[in-house]
Design a protein around this ligand. Structure first.
Ligand SMILES: Nc1ncnc2c1ncn2[C@@H]1O[C@H](COP(=O)(O)OP(=O)(O)O)[C@@H](O)[C@H]1O
Ligand SMILES: [Mg+2]
Length: 477
């Protein structure tokens, strides 16, 4: 549709720009000509720039045959009527009033387009954040605990589709419960946010597949509608790794300071102990066996030797040298450790069985240190197991994790949870003659090798220690 405009002012310019912006698919309007006497008017100047037909007198329009529509923008009914009288029948005319109406519609549609584009952008952005960028599990929950929406992270973990989960209660899905969560292990931050209208946070402890503890940090944010809380956004994050890392760091720091202290003390005590031992032995040599002090000196020597043993393990613990790793056959290291504890096993009347994997790759490790760690575990297992019991040792190749596993399990006394939480602490022992250093040393050795050591235990049913060691040099890579 070809348009001619009478009046080359601001409104003419706006019209030119409006038509330029909107392509108006069907009618394809195109301004061909502008009539304006004043050469300084903005619309006329733009028309000239664009190379349109520009004239001082609109009567020139009637000489052309390519015009379909004349728009009068001078706000003059006289001009409009004049046009109506002179135009050909096939040409249509619009007064400036009608043109004003179109302008409004144009403005509105502009506004609409901009906001809907913005909304669309916002919507796709929030969906991106909700489903892809947030690694936390997110639930939108209504006041009655029913789920309104869930993000992909949560759906993936629970293995459900959003259609299966929306409308069900949050505690059904995330905690497999029939009633809302409560108590100290599962305080419900949702209930708190609903009643206070403020964000809240709590930590939930769950059991993982291998009976290991998983920690979840759960935060709730209120959703308001007309000043009232109508629901919450609940975000939960698995913080097990952070917590374990923190625990490990604390443990390591403790070990380092205790290590320093022990090294100092052990060093100071070693010399006087040697003096006591040699002096008592020399004194004994001076005496007849029948002398009443002879046996007393014997006791002094024996007890001093025991003290020296404790000091030696203290030094072992304190030293905790960086391992000198070489390629080793782990099965051979395990077999040798078993051989070294054979006597004690026979003495305790405990059967020891080994189940060593044949496809173990060579492992980078410090043979002496790993042997010491294994012997500590084996001796503990034997000490905890009464006559007729069983100790099993096995090795396994963990292809996926690029690591090997050693398992030492016994049918002994087992441990309560309280004891289990303290066994790696130096000097923690439940034995009359124990030093409490065996597991502290073992732990240090495994960590230095870049590995992990885990324990599972049930009072009355026995204990299982699992060591995982990386095959490669780990930290040296
Ligand atoms: N296999 C096991 N079965 C039961 N309890 C164990 C076992 N291994 C270790 N423990 C517990 O851990 C404690 C610490 O062990 P350890 O560090 O080797 O010191 P110690 O053997 O000198 O007591 C032991 O006193 C015992 O209570
Ligand atoms: Mg021990």
């Amino acid at each position: 549709m070809n348009i001619a405009v009478v009046g080359g002012g601001k409104r003419c310019l706006e019209l030119i720009e409006l038509i330029d912006r909107h392509k108006f698919q069907e009618i394809r309007p195109r301004i061909l000509a502008v009539a304006e006497e004043n050469h300084d008017e903005v619309g006329r100047m733009r028309a000239e720039q664009m190379g349109l037909f520009v004239t001082n007198d609109y009567n020139d329009f009637f000489k052309r045959e390519d015009i379909d529509l004349i728009i009068e923008l001078k706000d003059s009914m006289d001009i409009y009527n004049d046009i109506l009288g002179k135009k050909a029948k096939t040409v249509r005319a619009i007064s400036s009033r009608t043109a004003q109406l179109f302008r409004e519609i144009g403005r509105l549609s502009d506004l609409h387009r901009q906001t809907s584009e913005k909304l669309q952008k916002l919507e796709s952005m929030s969906s991106l954040i909700f489903n892809k960028l947030i690694h936390e599990e997110v639930l939108v929950i209504a006041k009655d605990y029913s789920i309104v929406d869930a993000n992909d992270t949560l759906l993936n973990r629970v293995g459900m589709k959003s259609g299966e989960i929306i409308g069900r209660y949050c505690y059904e899905i995330t905690h497999h419960r029939d009633i809302p969560c409560d108590g100290t292990d599962h305080p419900c931050p949702l209930a708190e946010t609903l009643s206070t209208g403020k964000p809240s946070q709590s930590t939930h402890i769950h059991f993982g597949n291998g009976n290991n503890l998983l920690y979840y940090s759960i935060s709730c944010y209120p959703i308001f509608e007309k000043g009232e809380v109508v629901g919450v956004v609940e975000m939960s994050r698995d913080i097990t790794r952070d917590i374990n890392y923190q625990k490990n760091m604390m443990h390591q720091e403790k070990m380092i300071s205790i290590g320093r202290l022990s090294a100092g003390v052990a060093h100071e005590i070693n010399n006087p102990l040697t003096t006591i031992l040699t002096t008592s032995m020399l004194a004994q040599e001076e005496l007849e066996k029948s002398h009443p002090l002879y046996e007393e000196l014997d006791t002094i020597a024996k007890e001093t030797i025991r003290c020296r043993k404790i000091v030696t393990s203290l030094l072992d613990f304190a030293r905790q040298n960086t391992p000198e790793k070489k390629e080793n056959d782990l099965n051979a290291v395990v077999s040798e450790s078993l051989l070294l504890t054979k006597k004690q096993a026979a003495f305790n009347d405990v059967t020891v069985s080994q189940n060593l994997s044949e496809d173990l790759p060579p492992v980078f490790l410090d043979k002496g240190q790993i042997q010491q760690a294994l012997i500590n575990l084996l001796i503990n297992a034997l000490e905890a197991t009464s006559s007729g019991g069983q100790v099993d040792v096995s090795t396994r190749y963990e292809d996926r994790g690029n690591s090997v596993e050693i398992e030492i399990s016994d049918t002994g006394t087992g441990m309560t949870e309280e004891i289990r939480g303290r066994i790696f602490d130096p000097f923690f022992t439940t034995k009359d003659t124990g030093t409490g250093l065996g597991l502290a040393i073992t732990h240090g050795i495994i960590i230095q090798h870049g590995g992990t050591i885990d324990v599972q235990s049930n009072p009355g049913f026995g204990t299982k220690f699992t060591i995982r060691l990386p095959i490669n040099q780990g930290d040296e890579k």
